[in-house]
Design a protein around this ligand. Structure first.
Ligand SMILES: Cc1cc2nc3c(=O)[nH]c(=O)nc-3n(C[C@H](O)[C@H](O)[C@H](O)COP(=O)(O)OP(=O)(O)OC[C@H]3O[C@@H](n4cnc5c(N)ncnc54)[C@H](O)[C@@H]3O)c2cc1C
Length: 478
């Protein structure tokens, strides 16, 4: 339909929305179709800064059939839907800023099935990640995906973003743990994808299309999660290192001879700021870089091997200092230094970036990227840290006090484009684990070819022919 003017368009939009809201209220009742401003502000944004929540309503379904009815109503009235998990995302993926209906899975947190023979559980997609970890532990099993926001994020959101975290180097991303997905697509069809099977060679596996799909194909309502045997006791070491090549040597020595759970990286200014905020002292001598290594020693000889890696590095002058946690409490204290970085930096309202390149190229990349910021603007401070064992680093540019948010965004804009181009040159990814959302859709083309992007658009058209699922996210504008 062509509208004569903006106002007529708005009126028509309002009428359609009102009709949809009426139908949704009769489906869910007033207690599960929220229309108040404080709910809009709570459910309409994620953890990335700068968005204004403007949804038309918040729907709180309790099961897959209700989600299906919601999608059918929204489709009939051409209403955009934003699937919403724990809203811990960092790229605006769960933001409803243009009158969309938010479908929040918060009330869908039931355990549907526990299968001891398969060592798997089927849960509703709104289950909090940490609850899934606890559920696994209660059965004597293990769910390995873990990161600083796992106390709030949901398994559905983790699947939709293919969340990574601190143990990817050993266990892989969320994708590796998911053996089945139930989703309602944008047509309102319920899809049961792979149904928990270990082997299913019946053609392409659509389950994997939904992993990392950021809600643009449909709403994930249930997941079958493949759990692991509980791991053995682990050891944690913190190394202070002279330069980037020393980090890469340490990584390869550990990974060639020991079972590593995590290999994390902190720059000097990251550690300095965290210790200041926590009023803690650094357990190692100062150095340009630090690596936190968690490994699982099978025998005493493994622990001796870790110590000898340290001694040899010290002799070569690559390692400045190291500490091996002697107790659970010490190990937790070391981990706390790494896990508190994001929160520590948040008062500086940082411009965040989460990127990856192949591990062997990280040193050269960091050098070129740091020079890019310094050349462009010597007032901007750059803080590097990340899950370096899998090539993933988070870089944060801190906002100088004297700049307003707008001025800061303007200053970062050329850097953002420069980073994206550098990543393209290095064959890296503009988003290692947080996703694309609204924030990075204009940069997708630096990591994915035009042919890939047009194929993605075509696939969206199949699952979501009317374009109602998370409109404007992930895909760049036409
Ligand atoms: C302090 C902090 C640390 C973090 N560390 C990490 C980290 O180490 N690794 C990492 O990967 N991420 C990390 N994140 C980012 C974030 O926690 C993850 O992306 C997480 O997987 C998002 O889950 P969520 O449930 O909060 O999803 P949301 O933020 O609610 O949504 C994320 C995206 O998924 C879609 N979505 C949500 N639920 C569904 C569903 N049921 N069906 C379909 N689509 C859905 C949304 O529309 C949106 O596009 C961190 C965030 C914070 C705040």
């Amino acid at each position: 339909m062509i509208y004569d003017d903006e106002k007529q368009h708005d009126r028509s939009l309002d009428a359609r929305t009102n009709e949809a809201v009426k139908e949704l209220t009769s489906l869910l009742g007033e207690s599960r179709l929220l229309l108040d401003q404080s709910s809009f502000e709570r459910f309409g944004v994620d953890r990335s800064p700068g968005w204004t929540a403007r949804p038309c309503a918040i729907a709180l379904p309790e099961n897959t059939l209700e989600v299906q009815s919601i999608v059918q109503i929204a489709r009939r009235h051409s209403l955009g839907i934003v699937p919403s998990g724990g809203r811990t995302g960092l790229c605006g993926g769960a933001v409803a800023a243009a009158g969309e209906l938010v479908v929040a899975l918060d009330r869908m947190n039931r355990v549907m099935d526990v299968d001891p023979a398969d060592r798997s559980v089927t849960v509703q997609a709104g289950m909090i990640t940490a609850q899934l970890q606890t559920l696994a532990a209660e059965k004597g099993w293990f769910y390995p995906v873990d990161f600083a926001s796992s106390g709030s994020s949901q398994i559905g959101g983790n699947i939709a973003t293919n969340a990574g975290g601190i143990r990817v180097i050993r266990y892989g991303m969320t994708r590796a743990q998911i053996s089945g997905i139930v989703a309602v697509d944008g047509r309102g069809e319920i899809l049961g994808l792979n149904r928990g099977l270990a082997k299913n060679n019946t053609g392409p596996d659509f389950r994997h299309l939904f992993v990392g799909s950021e809600g643009i194909f449909g709403i994930i309502t249930e997941a079958t999660v493949q759990l692991l045997p509980a791991p053995g006791p682990s050891k944690v070491m913190l190394f202070a290192l002279q330069g980037f090549p020393a980090i890469l040597r340490l990584l390869s020595e550990f990974s060639n001879s020991l079972e590593i759970n995590a290999f994390e990286f902190l720059s000097h200014n990251a550690l300095e700021r965290v210790t200041a905020r926590l009023a803690a002292s650094s357990p190692v001598a100062p150095a340009p870089f630090y690596a936190l290594v968690e490994f699982e020693p099978a025998t005493e000889a493994d622990e001796e091997r870790a110590v000898s890696i340290f001694e040899q590095g010290l002799e070569r002058g690559e390692i400045v200092d190291a500490v091996l946690a002697g107790s659970e409490a010490q190990a937790r204290a070391i981990w706390r230094l790494r896990e508190s970085i994001s929160e520590t930096l948040s008062p500086w309202k940082p411009w965040k970036n989460d990127i990856s390149v192949r591990v062997g190229r990280l040193g050269a990349f960091i050098e070129r990227a740091s020079a890019l910021v310094a050349e462009g603007d010597d007032e901007l401070e750059l803080v590097w840290y990340g899950h370096i064992g899998d090539g993933n680093i988070h870089l944060n540019i801190l906002k100088p006090d004297r700049l307003s948010a707008e001025e800061f965004a303007e200053r970062c804009s050329p850097v953002a484009k420069g980073f994206a181009m550098l990543l393209q040159e290095f064959g890296g990814s503009v988003s290692a684990e947080h996703g694309i959302g609204l924030l990075k859709r204009d940069y997708l083309k630096y990591s994915r070819s035009e042919a890939e992007i047009s194929a993605l658009r075509a696939i969206k058209g199949i699952f979501d022919p009317d374009g109602i699922m998370n409109p404007g996210k992930l895909l760049p504008g036409p």
